[in-house]
Design a protein around this ligand. Structure first.
Ligand code: UD1
Ligand code: UDP
Length: 374
């Protein structure tokens, strides 16, 4: 059996890493196709290095461009490599343009597709990620749903329950494994900031950072929360827009705001684990926060990670300044409220998602499920 893994962005590298690790342990042959959607050292190579992943066999090098152009270039490049490699299964992860391109290219070539993190739904089609998720699930042969809710979404959309596996999310595998490694590091990013309570913030969602009013309101909230140490590792999209809207220099002037480059995974996990609260619009960070018992305030109006809200570890606060500040101070001043958020049960499993996925791939291969007739 031969597998092709398609990935292109930071979260896909992090969440595919435990699967790649297991494939290596099981001596299952695989080829790694990087679309090149993320290309800065801080957004791509540093994760290959830190997580000890093999270098990609192919890099399609699409770079940054419009959605249509990017997806089209990826499909063309992936199709070419799949023709050459002739795998039995293509694995994609999550909801990015790389995920969609991998699923579309493979399914049209009658190659089985396994979707890791299948079935998530925000039910908000204005998000490019929602379109990518829905279409990827429709093209996929096997769906690795992280939770029961995700599996039910797929069943409600008419997909065959026999092809849906509830596995947990590989982010928990990555988080547990790498936090242990990170804690052995001599330099600890969080300890460097030693005094005061740390609030970590990550921001990159197009609907937030491409919108001047929303970004302005979030920055105003950060400026006002000066009783905290705010750590902001900035995604390149966000850095660019903060500068474009004249907000970067505003933040730079605040002594309590620490602006950083995007961090490596070990540093980021350490920082998150030592944070008092995390503010984020990231999908992966919502999952990691509940895994590490860190209260999470999500700067969005909906989430496909609804399990974290239902469990009580995450609150959707949106992007208005007053509401962000109100909830940060509520968590800070009300110990009972804070403890309840911290003690929310993790809905994403026990850290063995990658094991379950590999087992299911081996069984699917034995049962002939990976054979797609044209
Ligand atoms: C993409 C995904 C998003 C995911 C995120 C993870 C889609 C539609 N979006 O969003 O779902 O949550 O990755 O981080 O697939 N840039 C750089 N260097 C890089 C990468 C990007 O400077 O290495 C800048 C470019 O100006 C680019 C912008 O960031 O135009 C946006 O990059 P893009 O990959 O289009 O979307 P993300 O916001 O990163
Ligand atoms: N992350 C990181 N360094 C950072 C910020 C985030 O390693 O400076 C990791 C984080 O731990 C999570 C992943 O990046 O695993 C989330 O990626 P991102 O927020 O870019 O995308 P999303 O999850 O929203 O698709």
């Amino acid at each position: 059996m031969k597998i092709a893994i398609v990935l292109g962005t930071r979260p896909e590298i992090i969440k595919m890493a435990p699967i790649i690790d297991k494939l290596q342990n099981e001596s299952i042959s695989f080829t790694l196709i990087h679309t090149g959607q993320h290309y800065d050292y801080e957004m791509s190579d540093q994760f290959f290095f830190e997580l000890e992943l093999p270098s990609p066999d192919y890099n399609i090098g699409v770079g940054s461009c419009s959605h249509g152009k990017m997806t089209g270039k990826m499909i063309t490049g992936i199709e070419k490599t799949l023709k050459k490699e002739d795998p039995n299964l293509v694995l994609v992860q999550g909801d990015t343009n790389a995920t969609l391109a991998g699923a579309l290219a493979a399914s049209k070539m009658h190659i089985a597709v396994g979707h890791v993190e299948a079935g998530l739904r925000s039910f908000d089609k204005s998000m490019p990620e929602e379109i990518n998720r829905v279409i990827t699930d429709m093209c996929s042969t096997i769906h690795y749903a992280p939770t029961e809710e995700a599996a039910l979404n797929l069943i409600f959309e008419g997909l065959n329950p026999k092809n849906i596996y509830i596995t947990g999310n590989t982010v928990v595998d990555a988080c547990i494994r790498n936090l242990k490694i990170a804690k052995k590091k001599k330099k600890n990013i969080a300890k460097k900031l030693n005094s005061g309570k740390i609030i970590t913030i990550t921001l990159h969602r197009a609907e937030n950072v491409d919108n001047k009013n929303r970004l302005y309101d979030i920055v105003k909230a950060l400026k006002e929360l000066d009783e905290f140490n705010i750590v902001f590792p900035i995604h390149p999209r966000t850095r660019k827009n903060l500068k474009k809207f004249g907000l970067y220099s505003e933040l730079k002037k605040c002594e309590h705001v620490h602006i950083l480059k995007p961090l490596g995974y070990l540093d980021f996990l350490l920082l998150l684990s030592e944070s008092f609260i995390v503010l984020t619009d990231s999908g992966g960070v919502q999952e990691e926060a509940i895994t590490l018992n860190v209260p999470c305030l999500t700067l969005r109006y909906n989430t496909e990670r609804i399990e974290t809200v239902d469990a009580g570890g995450n609150i959707l606060v949106g992007t208005r300044k007053d509401k962000i500040i109100k909830y940060v101070r509520l968590i800070a001043n009300n110990k009972k409220f804070r403890e309840k958020m911290k003690n929310a049960t993790n809905p994403y499993g026990d850290g063995k998602a990658s094991e379950r996925i590999i087992e299911s791939i081996i069984n699917a291969s034995k049962d002939g499920k990976l054979k797609i007739s044209p």
